[in-house]
Ligand binder design. Structure first.
Ligand code: HEC
Length: 120
């Protein structure tokens, strides 16, 4: 009986730690290289992915015959999708010389991949 209160306190402490960890975990952003499940919407290649690649000048530097990776249309972009995602993710260096893409933009590419790289 003597130990009841300390044991209860200890239990409360452990429980609050667990809750704190759970809350902190909720705030961690979804890693972009991991498939997001569920993705908010169906990502369109024509309306989302290609415009992102055009706006960030990816397709300009990575156009046909450029001698580096070519990512400018559905076939070339879908074949290198994971590499493209890595290149714009937290450890990526693309777009070279440009502003890093927003996390929400990067996540659109991640969603497009996790949704099966639809040609839609
Ligand atoms: C100003 C030109 C330029 C722009 C803009 C550019 N790239 Fe690159 N990219 C390069 C060059 C040059 C290389 C090869 C040398 C290197 O890796 O730095 C490269 C390499 C890559 C690679 C190969 C792997 C890697 O990370 O090195 C990928 C994938 C890539 N770019 C994707 C992209 C994407 C996606 C965008 C748009 C968000 C983009 N690039 C924009 C010039 C560019």
């Amino acid at each position: 009986m003597k130990y009841k209160l300390p044991v209860l306190l200890l239990f409360a402490l452990v429980l609050s730690r667990v809750l704190l960890v759970a809350c902190a975990k909720d705030k961690v952003p979804v890693p972009v290289n991991v498939a997001i499940n569920p993705c908010p919407d169906t990502i369109s290649f024509a309306n989302d992915v290609l415009p992102i690649m055009n706006d960030a000048a990816c397709t300009y530097c990575h156009g046909p015959g450029c001698g580096i990776g070519e990512y400018y249309d559905y076939t070339t972009i879908s074949n290198s999708a994971q590499q493209i995602l890595n290149s714009i993710g937290p450890n990526g260096t693309m777009p070279q010389g440009g502003t890093k893409l927003a996390d929400s933009t990067v996540q659109k590419i991640a969603c497009w991949i996790s949704q099966g790289k639809k040609n839609n």
